[in-house]
Design a protein around this ligand. Structure first.
Ligand code: SF4
Length: 290
């Protein structure tokens, strides 16, 4: 839940979620629609799907090492290493934005830290920093130092326990570390959506032409990458680096225009449970108002 979301925002969702799914087993047995319902309002629903899938593995066997945890859906290097370190004291360093800032400053590293080779080097350093120490304490200390003392602007160097060994401080390069990551270029997409309803049911499909919600159930329609913003559209929505201009197609669209094989009919009133993404909700609400 904490990926892409602040702790403050997460707390009420977390409490509500745990009340509904108090154990890994209850979560593993739940329907994905019920998981979505408890996730509703947090956004980035792929996290809910991954958590649900991971719970089905975890209900059988809980991996104990970062390497094994990495196999779980939704577990990248950061999550795997955090869990292995904090829960099982495995000697692995955790690399998040805060730790990257501390390490690049203490070692005065002019790295493109988002690139694989440099990232690997930083990971090696993070591992070296926890070696021979209680990794759970050291990892949390480094993350906390980055969050509260070695902050992006005006770090509190006088209060910092590492100020005597900090090379960026000695070299007066603090403001240059870490390097700024170049902005990812935004993509403009035009999405023509069809809302096809029949006897209280609505058609949804896994839409292979839509890259911004890959593999998810969506409304049928065609998405095209375009050079600039379309002149006419019903609404605009942003998902990560995608700017999506949505046009609802006329209600006369025919079912046989929907060519996707992976499709199903669901009750219109249940759409929010099956496809909670706000992009789809907005499109459906707009359709209802027309
Ligand atoms: S001395 Fe300053 S720049 Fe260096 S690690 Fe501490 S807070 Fe960060």
């Amino acid at each position: 839940m904490l990926q892409q979301t602040t702790t403050q925002a997460v707390i009420p969702f977390y409490e509500r979620f745990l009340k509904r799914f108090p154990t890994v087993q209850t979560l593993a047995k739940a329907k994905i629609e019920d998981v979505y319902e408890m996730w509703s309002g947090l956004g980035y629903y792929s996290r809910a799907r991954n958590l649900h899938k991971a719970s089905q593995v975890l209900a059988k066997k809980f991996p104990q090492t970062a390497g094994e945890l990495l196999e779980l859906p939704g577990f990248g290097p950061y999550t795997s290493r955090s869990v292995a370190s904090l829960a099982f004291s495995e000697s692995v360093g955790v690399l998040d934005g805060n730790v990257i800032r501390v390490l690049t400053r203490v070692h005065d590293l002019d790295y493109d830290w988002w690139k694989t080779a440099e990232r690997r080097e930083l990971q090696r350093l993070a591992d070296a920093w926890v070696k021979g120490l209680p990794s759970e304490e050291m990892n949390q200390a480094l993350m906390e130092l980055g969050a509260t003392v070695c902050v992006p602007q005006n770090p509190a160097c006088l209060l910092c326990p590492l100020n005597k060994i900090c090379e960026a401080r000695a070299n007066a390069t603090i403001a240059l570390r870490p390097r700024k990551r170049p902005r990812r270029q935004r993509e403009v997409w035009a999405w023509q959506v069809q809302i096809i309803e029949k006897k209280g049911k609505i058609l949804i499909c896994r839409n292979p032409t839509v890259p911004f919600m890959k593999g998810q159930w969506l409304l049928p329609g065609e998405a095209k990458l375009v050079k600039k913003m379309p002149k006419q559209f019903h609404f605009r929505h942003s998902v990560t680096h995608h700017d999506i201009f949505v046009t609802l197609q006329p209600a006369s669209s025919k079912l046989d225009e929907v060519t996707f094989s992976d499709r199903k009919w669901i009750s219109s009133s249940e759409l929010h449970r099956h496809v909670p993404a706000s992009l789809v909700q907005k499109a459906y609400q707009m359709h209802q108002r027309r």
